[in-house]
Ligand binder design. Structure first.
Ligand SMILES: *[C@@H]1O[C@H](CO)[C@@H](O)[C@H](O)[C@H]1NC(C)=O
Ligand SMILES: *[C@@H]1O[C@H](CO)[C@@H](O)[C@H](O)[C@H]1NC(C)=O
Ligand SMILES: *[C@@H]1O[C@H](CO)[C@@H](O)[C@H](O)[C@H]1NC(C)=O
Length: 487
């Protein structure tokens, strides 16, 4: 079975291997009600020249689709599995056997990293995964070595909230790991050093801007900063470098001066917040890519390349919106694999189209809207509420792409989102007889009324949803930028 698949893919990829991008990776999350088939996704990765991909689990369909390509893979262990994997080496050995070794046959999957948990030390988890993370890291790396796969490195993607810089004028060189998780992080760093693994950190300048209305956007967007931070000889004009160097200084102080650092996630959403739109997302990602491939490095590590995984590949309509409505709009591609904006992944700054997914099947071109003839609207609020509970209405909120709609438009948007999530089943457009099906696209400017793709997601979504990546940036940067404004 696998051999046949492999043959098929070798062929497909010989044909489409005309990629030309550089060392840029992307996060492939799958918390969506409807997902493109993995083969189409991988073809899209290759078409765009992504040479690295980061997964949040070890989904066999995703791995099968990646087999035979040159794409380097970071497979993931979800947080809920850490506890069991920390209980002795045989459980970890089973995981490595099924999810690493069995894929690394000749021309199989190029697995380079295993991500042990996803931001497991986040404040929100209140230490729940802390001990298990360290133990699972240890047992997974041992299992990899025992399996003759010591060149595959176990890493732990952590969020930038684990370090900060104290004092009234925080600067990267004063950075250190925060006291509450310091001991754990040092244990993790020691284990990484032992195996030669990099420190993986998720940095989200967007969240700094989201948390603080006065945050200088130019500082987030690689646009040069009116008020750069001076740190001795070093000048910081963007928050990514400032954050990375705070980490690098923290590592130096912990005796890990040379430890390589990989940015596991960074990106910019396009909807669900006043700063979330295509223009800013393009500016951020293009600035980031230009910077990453320039080879300039950061002030604390000049002339080094930045290894970066963009966040994220697709919009995911089943993600938790606890952090904000923008959570479902991080994709550089929409839910259906259509590119949202131009982006030159080579970082050379050309106006270049991304390659959208090819051969995507959609449901019929029809929409569910509020019946224009409806007179008794008593049940409308309850119907909207119901529709939005079971589908994604985040585009309706303040600062979002559909916020300008009137009451009729709001109701129609909500009805349609539910109808599409329900695969256009006739029962999905009733709403106390307020719903009616139309074949005329109700989209209104930037506010798109989607037609769903004709693929369902299969099982697994619920479990993963409990275990979401909720990136949070520590208070430091907010403080830092408040200070910068008065400097
Ligand atoms: C391999 O990974 C998958 C997907 O994350 C998981 O469901 C499965 O339990 C893992 N296998 C083992 C033996 O742990
Ligand atoms: C970085 O590269 C430039 C140009 O090659 C060189 O002049 C400079 O000394 C290098 N800096 C460091 C810190 O290596
Ligand atoms: C439409 O819905 C959004 C989000 O619930 C709300 O902010 C807005 O006020 C609504 N508009 C009207 C006209 O009801």
């Amino acid at each position: 079975m696998r051999a046949t698949r492999l043959l098929f893919f070798s062929f497909v990829f010989m044909v489409v291997a005309a990629s030309e991008g550089e060392a840029v990776g992307v996060n492939w999350g799958r918390l969506a009600t409807h997902r493109l088939p993995p083969k189409k996704v991988v073809r899209m990765l290759v078409d765009n020249g992504f040479d690295k991909v980061k997964l949040f689990d070890a989904d066999p369909d995703a791995l099968a689709a990646l087999a035979g390509t040159d794409v380097e893979v970071m497979v993931g262990i979800p947080n809920y599995m850490l506890e069991q994997l920390s209980k002795g080496h045989s459980r970890a050995a089973d995981w490595v056997d099924e999810n690493v070794t069995s894929w690394m046959y000749t021309d199989g999957v190029r697995i380079k990293y295993v991500a042990v948990g996803n931001e497991p030390l986040l404040h929100t988890y209140a230490g729940k995964y802390a001990r298990a993370t360290v133990r699972a890291l240890k047992s997974i790396q041992k299992a990899l070595t025992d399996a003759g796969k010591s060149h595959v490195k176990a890493v732990v993607p952590l969020n930038a909230g684990i370090y900060d810089s104290p004092g009234p004028h925080p600067v990267p060189s004063a950075g250190d790991f925060r006291p509450d998780t310091r001991d754990l992080v040092l244990e993790i760093a020691d284990l990484l050093a032992e195996s030669g693994a990099p420190f993986v950190v998720n940095i989200h300048p967007f969240l700094s801007a989201h948390a603080d209305a006065h945050f200088p956007l130019d500082f987030a967007l690689f646009a040069g900063a009116k008020n750069p931070i001076k740190d001795g000889e070093s000048i910081y004009t963007n928050v990514l470098d400032a954050s990375l160097d705070t980490l690098i200084w923290s590592l130096r102080k912990a005796g890990h001066a040379g430890m390589p650092v990989v940015v596991g996630e960074t990106g910019w959403p396009t909807d669900g917040d006043k700063n979330a739109n295509k223009k800013l997302a393009k500016a951020f990602n293009q600035g980031l890519l230009r910077h990453a491939v320039s080879g300039a490095g950061t002030p604390a590590r000049r002339n080094s390349s930045l290894e970066v995984f963009l966040f994220s590949l697709f919009d995911e309509d089943a993600k938790s919106v606890d952090p904000g409505s923008f959570e479902r709009h991080w994709g550089i591609f929409a839910y259906d694999g259509r590119a949202k904006y131009e982006l030159d992944l080579s970082g050379r700054g050309e106006e270049k189209e991304l390659a959208s997914a090819k051969g995507v099947d959609y449901l019929q071109s029809r929409w569910c809207i509020l019946d224009p003839e409806a007179e008794d609207l008593t049940d409308l609020p309850a119907s909207i509420d119901y529709a939005c509970t079971y589908s994604d209405c985040t585009a309706l909120g303040y600062g979002s792409s559909c916020n300008h709609l009137d009451l009729h438009g709001n109701a129609s948007y909500a009805f349609n989102m539910y109808y599409q999530v329900k695969n256009q089943e006739s029962g999905g457009c009733i709403f106390s007889d307020l719903g009616v099906i139309t074949e005329e696209d109700p989209s209104d400017g930037e506010c798109r009324f989607p037609v769903m793709i004709a693929y369902t997601s299969g099982e697994g979504t619920r479990r993963e949803m409990l275990d979401l990546a909720v990136p949070v940036v520590g208070g430091l940067w907010t403080l830092l930028f408040l200070l910068m404004r008065v400097m």
